[in-house]
Design a protein around this ligand. Structure first.
Ligand code: IMP
Ligand code: MG
Length: 185
């Protein structure tokens, strides 16, 4: 856990700002899904913190499930555009009102692939809730129905997002100073 302060450039989104925005998103989702029972699908592992906090603000009955996809390798900072499903859902989503919960949309390939995969299983509805949106990095258009924050093109960590698998537990979103970050040291 030690050391992140050495390469933390700035706290981009504070714990308080995150929690306030997530409460708003939860309220909006509760309103939009009134009379329904949304099925929230979290993409492991980056989305877990967000999902856990978000569902505490959802007041309609809801269920959750998890899936995992192949992610960046160590030290690699670019999406390859190739995404592989490594852990499938436990529950059938046919006729369900599915809400995909993701930590960050960058190039858009991950969400695009996952949406395509989920659509083949015929949910009743399918929407996307992303905490962070690096809008200027988008390479493929994807719908984001609920967005927490639009952020600049900087590598971020904390609040579920990792830096070479570390620092997911930090309660805020920070940016990395690449000149001061030396993995493995
Ligand atoms: P995309 O397929 O390029 O949209 O990438 C989405 C995935 O890349 C996210 O789910 C994250 O796992 C990862 N990712 C993209 N940008 C960042 C970042 O700044 N910090 C940590 N992970 C990131
Ligand atoms: Mg992710």
């Amino acid at each position: 856990m030690h050391g992140y302060k050495e390469f933390l450039d700035e706290i981009l989104i504070s714990e308080q700002d995150l929690q306030e925005r997530i409460a708003e998103l939860g309220a909006q989702i509760s309103q939009d899904y009134a009379g329904k029972q949304p099925h929230l699908i979290c993409i492991l592992r980056g989305g877990v913190m967000f999902l856990a906090d978000l569902i505490r603000h959802i007041t309609v009955p809801n269920t959750i499930d998890f899936m995992a996809i192949s992610s960046y390798g160590m030290g690699v900072r670019q999406s390859t555009g190739k995404v592989r499903i490594t852990l499938d859902l436990q529950e059938d989503i046919r006729d369900r009102d599915v809400l995909l919960v993701e930590d960050i949309v960058d190039s858009g390939y991950t969400i695009a692939t996952v949406l395509e995969f989920l659509r083949t299983r015929h949910p009743n509805s399918l929407r996307v809730c992303a905490l962070l949106n690096k809008a200027e990095r988008r390479e493929i258009q994807v719908p984001i129905d609920y967005c927490g924050f639009v952020i600049p093109d900087k590598f971020v960590f904390g609040y579920g997002l990792d830096l070479d698998e570390l620092y997911r537990n930090l309660p805020f979103i920070g940016t990395v100073n690449p000149e001061r970050y030396h993995p493995g040291e």
